[in-house]
Design a protein. Structure first.
Length: 154
């Protein structure tokens, strides 16, 4: 899961949450997002890559994946990146998030890789790159997001 091309390949510590645990968490805590069928593709300490399978319900007029679906995927990917460092924290919440839509996303599955850039005691800041699944190795990102999560106190 933490190969040479992973966002955090220099960190040998184990992630604080695993894929099945995170998938279960999003189904329990945010059922409308969990119903999207999001799956963990890979993860490591400080990063997580999610795959959103294609669904006709995600399309907007013109045949591209809608912005709200991409935003939700970015939010969940950053949440996952936070969880890989601090473990399960049900009360961690998004305090801010900005997304830039860069290219028209085709009607196919989407990958989102969230990566922490800074983790403090109360706030975590990171970025998410979203790309089309079918052509993810050579395609330009379809969106880029940055966000901050508020972490509950002990």
């Amino acid at each position: 899961m933490n190969g040479p091309d992973s966002p955090d390949s220099g960190d040998n510590e184990a992630a604080a949450i695993d894929g099945p645990m995170f998938e279960s968490l999003i189904r329990e805590q945010v059922p409308f997002i969990g119903a999207y069928g999001i799956r963990v593709e890979s993860l490591g300490r400080g990063w997580m890559t999610l795959k959103l399978p294609f669904g006709e319900a995600f399309l907007r007029p013109g045949g591209s994946i809608s912005g709200p679906v991409l935003f939700a995927l970015a939010d969940v990917a950053l949440y996952g990146a936070v969880m890989t460092r601090i473990g399960r924290a049900d009360m961690a919440v998004t305090s801010s998030m900005t997304i830039n839509f860069l290219h028209r996303p085709p009607a196919e599955a989407v990958l989102a890789t969230g990566r922490l850039l800074k983790l403090g005691r109360r706030l975590a800041y990171g970025e998410v790159v979203l790309s089309s699944f079918e052509s993810s190795s050579d395609a330009e990102p379809v969106a880029h997001a940055t966000g901050t999560y508020a972490i509950p106190g002990n």
